[in-house]
Design a protein around this ligand. Structure first.
Ligand code: ADP
Ligand code: MG
Length: 257
């Protein structure tokens, strides 16, 4: 097995004095989904932003395909960034309200002009056809190509964000609470879509949620975070094992109610 992503000893304190990450390590292998679960404030989003190098960490190392992201210069980092995408909780915030959906979905491909995912090979030269193919892959009707974000439901907006994320064939995607703003039915649909895309495209995921059942539905392995540390780490099928950390058992019980 090869690590697509490996991070070591991530440490981060905010200027407020809050120690959000206290030496956390994790790895994600090819085609694997690692779930990260923990209560609100445990440091999950800070971890996501540090992995994506959107947030400066105090200490730690992040490797993507063996490349040390934390040591790369701007240009090299830009080249590596196309392999790593992110989907956050609020799709409305991720889409420019003044851009038509086609332009948001094509944003990454417009920047990485030489990117040609295998699934867009025969249409890469035709922008609208590319967008249509991506819409199709995420279950978004092509009648929304020239719509604006406010004309779409929350679930449809998140599908558009996911389309943009897969548009440049990344190998690794971080999902930070991607379904938390959606109703239960739409949550299920989006989880099913993520699972299907992962299978089809051989993607590696870090799936972050405070919702144990969502994490279980998608992940091969689960890490439990508490106060900036990983307190437990196990294969999903072992979640009910009596050997689980008491904190994991507490989280599981909360959701079993
Ligand atoms: P989670 O995603 O698990 O809810 P966060 O990573 O958002 O956790 O937050 C972890 C801790 O860091 C919390 O105590 C939070 O208040 C604090 N925190 C997060 N972002 C900031 C920030 N920009 N400035 C100061 N403190 C922050
Ligand atoms: Mg968060």
């Amino acid at each position: 097995m090869t690590d697509v992503l490996a991070a070591y000893n991530l440490t981060k304190a905010y200027s407020s004095g809050c120690q959000a990450l206290k030496g956390l390590s994790l790895s994600v292998q090819k085609g694997e989904c690692v779930g990260l679960v923990g209560e609100s404030g445990s440091g999950k989003s800070t971890l996501a932003r540090c992995l994506l190098l959107l947030e400066k960490m105090d200490e730690g190392a992040v490797f993507l395909h063996g490349q040390p992201l934390h040591l790369l210069g701007k240009k090299a980092l830009r080249n590596m960034r196309r392999h790593m995408q992110a989907v956050f909780q609020h799709p409305a915030a991720a889409l420019n309200p003044r851009l038509k959906i086609i332009d948001s979905v094509m944003e990454a491909l417009d920047v990485y002009r030489d990117a040609c995912p295998s699934y867009l090979r025969d249409v890469r030269e035709q922008r609208e056809q590319c967008a249509k193919r991506l819409f199709d892959m995420v279950g978004l009707e092509s009648r929304f190509l020239y719509s604006y974000p406010h004309e779409l439901s929350g679930g449809q907006k998140q599908r558009a964000v996911i389309a943009r994320a897969i548009s440049i064939q990344p190998s690794f995607i971080v999902f930070d609470e991607p379904t938390a703003s959606l109703d239960m039915y739409t949550q299920g649909q989006i989880l099913a879509l993520l699972k299907e895309l992962q299978r089809q495209l051989g993607l590696s995921y870090l799936f972050i949620s405070h919702d144990v059942s969502a994490v279980c539905a998608l992940s091969d392995r689960i890490m439990v975070m508490k106060e900036g540390r990983a307190v437990d780490h196990f294969f999903t099928e072992d979640i009910f094992s009596p050997e689980r950390h008491p904190y994991t058992q507490k989280l599981v019980n909360l959701f079993a109610q």
